[in-house]
Design a protein around this ligand. Structure first.
Ligand SMILES: [Zn+2]
Length: 180
């Protein structure tokens, strides 16, 4: 993964990179060694704790801490889910992948953060792929529904927030209402 070295916001982007790498490692570990689910759940708890303590600057956009909180609670939920239902490890790994995408979109400077913008573009593409197809079996449909639920919880825009991400998303949801 390219690590952005923009001088404008080094501390946060470095922290985000580190968290992303660690989340990615847990997703891979869960697929490769699901029997280690308890250790993995512990790391997820730790990462949730670290996301919740990202330092918020005074001039930060309104949505930033709300998005951090959403990521924290989703991560904690999945850690619990993993501890109680280790058989759902594949589903949880897929959920962690979605969380990575939303963590990648977290930014202190919406208009000046190439990496977050790339993640934004990826997120927009995700939005179009939630409809189950005819070929899917019950299990696959259940997985898709679970992921869609998480996506809705994380891919949020905060009313009144003036950051580019929330404004763009507001526009999109209005557009999609018009279409449907
Ligand atoms: Zn915002």
């Amino acid at each position: 993964m390219a690590s952005p070295t923009r001088r404008t916001t080094p501390p946060f982007t470095q922290e985000r990179d580190r968290l992303l790498t660690q989340l990615n490692e847990q997703s891979i570990a869960l697929r490769r060694s699901p029997e280690q689910y308890l250790e993995i759940a512990d790391v997820l708890d730790e990462l949730a704790q670290q996301i919740s303590s990202i330092k918020i600057e005074n001039n930060q956009s309104r949505c930033f801490s709300i998005k951090c909180n959403a990521l924290t609670s989703t991560l904690l939920c999945h850690s619990e889910l993993l501890k109680c239902h280790p058989s759902r490890s594949v589903e949880i790994a897929a959920s962690i992948d979605l969380m990575q995408l939303q963590l990648g979109r977290l930014t202190m400077k919406v208009d000046d953060d190439d990496f977050a913008q790339k993640m934004d573009a990826l997120s927009n593409r995700m939005e179009t792929s939630w409809t189950p197809t005819d070929e899917m079996d019950v299990k696959e449909i259940r997985l898709k529904e679970h992921l869609h639920k998480i996506w809705r919880e994380l891919n949020l825009s905060v009313p009144g927030c003036e950051c580019g991400q929330c404004q763009d998303q507001d526009g999109e949801s209005l557009d999609s209402l018009k279409v449907s």
